[in-house]
Design a protein around this ligand. Structure first.
Ligand code: 2P0
Length: 340
């Protein structure tokens, strides 16, 4: 028997930045689940006296990824004790290029966790797999991954005013999301395809003792609640204001860390200014967000796509490495099935 799981990446609107304990967030976060940028993972297994795994990425052995998978399997052992008697065969591929500004750890741990949750549900004779369990396992692989398991919008982190919210796993907010956001576009301008100078894990760590940590925490709780209200009401002016504020705040936290660093490139800043000027001129409700990197995500309603096509091409020509950009859409989230 073999299971195949497909999980998209996600882009945070309110950013997770800073951890507590083992992969618990300093603050709640909200993201759009994407649809085109995905990891597809096949999971096979056989009984074994000692647990273990083999891993292929795009058909090749990648020893560099193995310690992270090993750590992940150790961290989920209490949630998936059945794995102790199994040797896993994991084989994975992405539908998007590496180092492209897409959070590949989110889709990768999302897909692997969903496949494991599917396996557990069959070993336990459960009729449905436990998506919260899949999300909790994904979190232990990579924090932001836990949000990718849910369609349209994922929220991760305990918030006193948001029902069912949890630090352990994400919840889906598709039912409370205005239709305009359910087909929202995310075009990603690839400003810089190189490896980041400071990893996200190191960036999270720099929030320990950050002089603005407490203020950020308070602000993120407020922003999270406000974002859920905006996502429900469909208020695009507010969506634009808050999304851009969150993107710039994330980078401001990097700029003001005890060992400060800059992930934006000159072309990143140029694009942000172009977006603002274009929006003021055309009144088209397009805005930007940033991940922990130089690339710019352009967010806009599907109904504006045609009008924006040539403008985005022009931006990519002027500012992107190799004129490249990726086109993605908010989507329906992760799926798994038995394939053999
Ligand atoms: C996010 N990011 O909310 C934030 C905003 C990047 C910018 O979560 O150490 O790969 O694996 O838990 O989730 C990137 O960090 O970090 C991230 P780990 P992760 O999406």
């Amino acid at each position: 028997m073999k299971i195949e799981a497909v999980c998209p990446s996600n882009i945070a609107l309110v950013k997770y930045w800073g951890k507590e304990g083992v992969q618990l967030p300093m603050n709640p976060s909200v993201s759009f689940t994407l649809s085109e940028s995905k990891t597809i993972t096949q999971l096979g297994w056989r009984e074994a006296l000692t647990p273990g795994f083999s891993f292929l990425f795009e058909g090749e052995k990648k020893p560099g990824f193995e310690p992270k998978i090993q750590q992940f399997l150790e961290r989920i052992a209490h949630l998936a004790p059945e794995l102790q008697g199994l040797e896993l065969e994991i084989s994975s591929r992405n539908t998007f290029p590496h180092s492209s500004g897409i959070a590949s750890s989110a889709s990768a741990f999302g897909a692997l966790s969903l496949a494991i949750a599917h396996l557990l549900s069959s070993l336990r004779n459960e009729s449905e797999l436990d998506r919260s369990l899949a999300s909790e396992m994904a979190r232990l692989g990579s924090g932001s991954a836990c949000r990718s398991l849910f369609p349209i919008v994922g929220l991760w982190g305990k918030h006193p005013a948001i029902e069912h919210s949890s630090n352990q796993f994400a919840i889906g907010l598709a039912d409370k999301t205005h239709p305009i956001f359910k087909s929202y576009k995310d075009y990603i301008l690839l400003i810089d395809e190189g490896v980041k100078s400071v990893s996200s894990t190191a960036g999270h760590n720099l929030m320990n003792g950050h002089p603005f940590a407490e203020a950020r925490k308070k602000q993120a709780f407020e922003h999270c609640l406000r974002m859920t209200e905006i996502l429900e009401s469909g208020d695009l002016d507010e969506f634009i204001r808050l999304t851009e504020l969150e993107a710039l705040t994330l980078h401001a936290l990097m700029l003001s860390a005890s060992t400060p660093y800059i992930l934006m490139r000159p072309n990143t800043v140029a694009v942000l200014e172009e977006v603002k000027a274009f929006r003021n001129e055309t009144k088209i409700p397009i805005c930007f967000t940033l991940d922990a990197g130089a690339n710019v995500h352009l967010l806009f309603p599907e109904s504006e796509e045609q009008k924006l096509a040539s403008w985005v091409k022009g931006l990519a020509r002027k500012y992107s490495a190799n004129e490249k950009y990726l086109c993605d859409t908010v989507g329906t989230g992760a799926q798994s099935k038995r394939i053999e």
